[in-house]
Design a protein around this ligand. Structure first.
Ligand SMILES: [Fe+2]
Length: 275
């Protein structure tokens, strides 16, 4: 099957992006299924954000409505962009409290999995936690650190983002819960991340995460666990630059997965960014 090429959706003069009934229905299928799957599995901070954003279940939310609520909660906004944008544009948006989000929605044939993030991943996976100050501050700080370092170091730093913002778990008084947007927007991985016996789960040690390679197109073989949401900010304190040097010195751990042909593995090259 030829790979579907997704095209960014442009807003009209009023900032409105128009979607077809078929696309609204795709959103509806995804959100109804995922809201069931996250019950009892997503962390409290995320569920609070879902309540605040109050996404419609019958149509793709209006971007303006999400921005109004995010602005009120943490001063953040979400910015519709093309699928993959240049790294510096990406980090400049984040550093200015704008979360870049793909503006297209996946096709039905890719309902369960697509390699590049679509608006369901961005809006449902990430935006609820952008109502949380600790998460929002981490995002901003992450971007500011990324703008200070080299492209190679940005790749290294991305591992921290990957194992927290995308695939992080968090410790709570009610046991382990899901924090990462890459998990919370995927039906299969929402079940797998907490219940499968296959993956490893270990407390988040920034140095260890910086030395852990990952693959983007499989269910993760290892998850890192945050002690609490405020641990996020301490991950990026001034020590981070020394930790990156040390991680480079010590080298990577052996991968916990089969290697993929180079071109599919996002990790080794910095072209554009999309999360
Ligand atoms: Fe993401």
């Amino acid at each position: 099957m030829t790979k579907h090429v997704y095209v960014a959706r442009e807003a009209d003069e009023n900032g409105e992006i128009h979607y077809s009934d078929h696309e609204h229905e795709t959103w509806s299928i995804l959100i109804k299924r995922q809201k069931e799957a996250i019950k009892g599995r997503a962390c409290e901070e995320y569920l609070k954000g879902i309540e605040i954003l109050d996404f419609p279940e019958d149509r793709i939310p209006r971007w303006q409505d999400i921005n109004e609520k995010l602005e009120k909660a943490t001063g953040w906004g979400v910015e519709p962009v093309a699928a993959v944008i240049p790294a510096l544009d990406f980090f400049n948006l984040l550093a200015n409290k704008k979360f870049p989000a793909a503006s297209f929605i996946r096709i039905r044939e890719e309902l369960d999995y697509l390699e590049e993030p679509d608006l369901f991943h961005e809006l449902f996976g990430h935006c609820p936690l952008l109502t949380n100050q600790a998460y929002a501050d981490f995002m901003e700080r992450y971007a500011k650190v990324a703008l200070k370092v080299s492209a190679k170091q940005r790749n290294q730093l991305f591992r921290l983002f990957w194992f927290t913002i995308e695939f992080g778990l968090i410790k709570t008084s009610e046991g382990l819960k899901i924090f990462g947007g890459g998990i919370l927007s995927s039906f299969e991985e929402t079940l797998y991340a907490l219940e499968s016996k296959v993956p490893e789960r270990q407390p988040l040690e920034p140095l260890t995460a910086l030395r852990t390679p990952f693959r983007i197109d499989i269910k993760q073989p290892v998850y890192f666990i945050l002690e609490n949401i405020n641990q996020l900010y301490s991950v990026l304190d001034d020590e981070i630059f020394n930790l990156m040097d040390k991680a480079k010195e010590l080298g990577d751990f052996p991968p916990k997965f089969e290697p993929k042909p180079k071109k599919k593995n996002l990790e080794n090259k910095e072209s554009g960014y999309a999360y």
